[in-house]
Design a protein around this ligand. Structure first.
Ligand code: FNR
Length: 378
C-alpha cells in the first residue's frame, strides 16, 4: 500500500521489489572482483542452481476463506521473540560492496528487529558492529580458529559485546574451488579486508608478536593459517561448549546423521545450509536436506535454513518443511551494494511484505504454524 500510495505522488521504489533482480542492478555498481566474489559459487555452479531447483520442486497449495486477514509472522528463537522468521546470514568482507560495510547492515537489522549474524571475516570489529546494532538482536558467527587462546578471546569479546547466540560454520574450514575468484586471483581477506576481528584481538596479536617478521603480509598469512585449513572434530565441540555460555548453532549441516550428532553433542541448533552453493559443487540443493533433518531433530534442536531464499514463498516453503526461521544471504548484500543501510532495509522490508501477503493469500494466518500440508511436491 505504501508503495502504491507513493506512486500516486509519482514516486516509484528506488530499488526493485523483485529481489532476484538485484544482482543485475548490483553488477552495475560493484567491481568485477566484488561481484564475482558475492555472486559466484563453487565449481560450475551446480549447487547454486540446485538450491533454486529444490525450491521450484515444491508448490504452495493456496486455501480459501480461512480468515487470514490478520497475520502473525512472529517466532521465538532461544527464548527471544522475533518479529519475523528471518535473520541476516553471516556474510564476510561487506566493505567490498559498500564503504559502510557491516555497520550499515547492523543498523538496518536493528531497525527491523531482525538478528544480524556477524561474520568472523567482518571488515569491522565485534565492538564497532555491536555499537551500530545498538539494542538490536545480534548473533556471532565463528570460523573456528586452530588456536584455543584466540578462540576464547574472540568468544569472550562477542559475549561482552552482547552477541547472544554462537553460530559455528563447519562447511568452510577451507575455501572451495571458486573459479570466478581464482581466475582473478581475488581473495578479499588477503587484501586486508575481512581480518578486522583478528587484527583487533589481543590473543591474535600476541601470537603475531611471536612471529619473526611483524609486517602486514605476515599477519595475513597468520590469519589464513589460523582461520582456514583445519577441520575440527565432533569431540572438540566440548571446548566451544565450555567457552560459550549461550546457545550454539552449527551451520552447514546437510546430512541427517550430522544433525543427530549435533544434538548428541549438546548443541542447540543447526543451520541446514550449503553456504549458498559456495563450497561443494554438485551437492544437493539445501532445501532437499531440510525435511529429513527437521523430522529427525526438530524436537531437540532449533532447525534454521539458508541457501537460495529469495522470495516470501521461499520462506513459506522452508518453514512448511520444518525450518523455524531462514537466513537471508546474497539479496541483502546486493541491497547493501546498491543503497547502504537503506538498501538493506529495502530488501528486508520487501521480503517481509512479500511473505506477509503470500502467506495470507495462501490462506495461512500464522507463519509458525505452517506444516508440510501447505505444500505439494510436483
Ligand atoms: C557468505 N556466507 C558466509 N557464511 C558464514 O558462515 N560466514 C561468512 O563469513 C560468510 N561469508 C559469505 C560471503 C558472501 C559474499 C556470501 C554470498 C555468503 C554464506 C552465508 O552465510 C549463507 O549461508 C548463504 O549466503 C546463503 O545462501 P544465499 O541466500 O546467498 O543463496
Amino acid at each position: 500500500n505504501e508503495i502504491y500510495l507513493q506512486g500516486l505522488a509519482g514516486t516509484t521504489p528506488a530499488l526493485s521489489t523483485d529481489l532476484t533482480a538485484l544482482e543485475e542492478s548490483a553488477a552495475a555498481v560493484l567491481t568485477p572482483e566484488a561481484l564475482g566474489y558475492v555472486a559466484g559459487g563453487a565449481g560450475a555452479g551446480a549447487t547454486m542452481r540446485a538450491n533454486r531447483e529444490a525450491f521450484d520442486r515444491w508448490k504452495i497449495v493456496p486455501r480459501m476463506l480461512t480468515g487470514a486477514t490478520d497475520r502473525d509472522l512472529t517466532t521465538t528463537l532461544f527464548g527471544a521473540e522475533l518479529p519475523a522468521p528471518v535473520l541476516l546470514a553471516p556474510v564476510g568482507v561487506q566493505s567490498i560492496v559498500h564503504p559502510d560495510g557491516e555497520l550499515a547492515t547492523a543498523r538496518a537489522a536493528a531497525g527491523m528487529g531482525l538478528p544480524m549474524i556477524l561474520s568472523t571475516a567482518s571488515t569491522r570489529t565485534i565492538e564497532q558492529v555491536a555499537e551500530a546494532n545498538g539494542d538490536g538482536p545480534r548473533w556471532f558467527q565463528l570460523y573456528w580458529p586452530n588456536d584455543q587462546d584466540v578462540t576464547a578471546s574472540i568468544l569472550e569479546r562477542a559475549h561482552k559485546a552482547g552477541y547472544t547466540t554462537l553460530v559455528v560454520t563447519l562447511d568452510t574450514w577451507s575455501l572451495a574451488w571458486r573459479p570466478r575468484d581464482l581466475d582473478r586471483a581475488y581473495l578479499p581477506f588477503i587484501r586486508n579486508e575481512g581480518t578486522a576481528i583478528a587484527m583487533s584481538d589481543p590473543a591474535f596479536r600476541a601470537r603475531l608478536a611471536k612471529t619473526p617478521e611483524d609486517d602486514a603480509a605476515t599477519a595475513i598469512l597468520q590469519w589464513v593459517g589460523m582461520f582456514t585449513g583445519t577441520d575440527h572434530s565432533w569431540d572438540q565441540l566440548v571446548v566451544l561448549r565450555e567457552l560459550w555460555d549461550g546457545p550454539i548453532v552449527l551451520k552447514g549441516i546437510q546430512h541427517v546423521d550430522d544433525a543427530r550428532r549435533a544434538a548428541d553433542a549438546g548443541m542447540n541448533g543447526v543451520v541446514v545450509s550449503n553456504h549458498g552453493g559456495r563450497q561443494v559443487d554438485g551437492a544437493l540443493g539445501a532445501l532437499e536436506a531440510l525435511p529429513g533433518i527437521a523430522q529427525a531433530v526438530g524436537d531437540q534442536l532449533e532447525v534454521l535454513f539458508d541457501s537460495g531464499v529469495r522470495t516470501g514463498s521461499d520462506v513459506i516453503k522452508a518453514l512448511a518443511l520444518g525450518a523455524k526461521a531462514v537466513l537471508l544471504g546474497r539479496p541483502f548484500v546486493y541491497g547493501l551494494a546498491l543503497g547502504g543501510e537503506d538498501g538493506v532495509r529495502h530488501v528486508l522490508r520487501s521480503l517481509l511484505a512479500d511473505l506477509d501477503l503470500t502467506l495470507a493469500l495462501a490462506g495461512h494466518r500464522t507463519a509458525a504454524a505452517l506444516t508440510p500440508s501447505a505444500l505439494v511436491r510436483g
